[in-house]
Design a protein around this ligand. Sequence first.
Ligand SMILES: C[S@@+](CC[C@H](N)C(=O)[O-])C[C@H]1O[C@@H](n2cnc3c(N)ncnc32)[C@H](O)[C@@H]1O
Length: 151
Amino acid sequence: MRPGEIPVELPADFDAGLYFIGRIRTPWKTRAECPKNGRLTREICTIEVDPRYAAALEGVEKFPRMVVVYFMDQARRDLVRQVPRHLGETRGTFALRSPVRPNPIALSVVELVGIEGNRLSVIGIDCLDGTPLLDLKPHYETVDGSPLQRT
Ligand SMILES: C[S@@+](CC[C@H](N)C(=O)[O-])C[C@H]1O[C@@H](n2cnc3c(N)ncnc32)[C@H](O)[C@@H]1O
């Protein structure tokens, strides 16, 4: 922990369960090696979907961009105030994209550059090799573009 950071006691029990639906394969073995966000890399990474869910991939080839939701399994979960290295000042967890949060759920909008069976090749992801996959959704410019562009 850095000076100014504040932990809380987490609840004794979880409120919900999740299924990991696959793993994300990247070249990065340490957090320090990972890009800070997906926009900072052109590395082609692989999303390996569990074969159990392969049928759920039908139709994804129609979408040039996908939203990837993943679980930052190496992150601590108890900090409500943090001092990110790049900011050097204290900020509330919900004002940050830090993986350190009560539910360490991350998302990236990726470019889909290939599909082979249950493996998707993507550009634009920022996580450690082996990070658990939680969900995949199509990215819609109309829905996911700037929220200021309301009709
Ligand atoms: C700042 S977060 C952004 C995540 C996502 N793009 C978002 O906005 O929700 C990305 C950083 O999380 C860290 N990270 C990557 N994979 C992780 C994992 N499996 N567990 C914990 N931290 C991870 C790395 O330091 C990486 O640079």
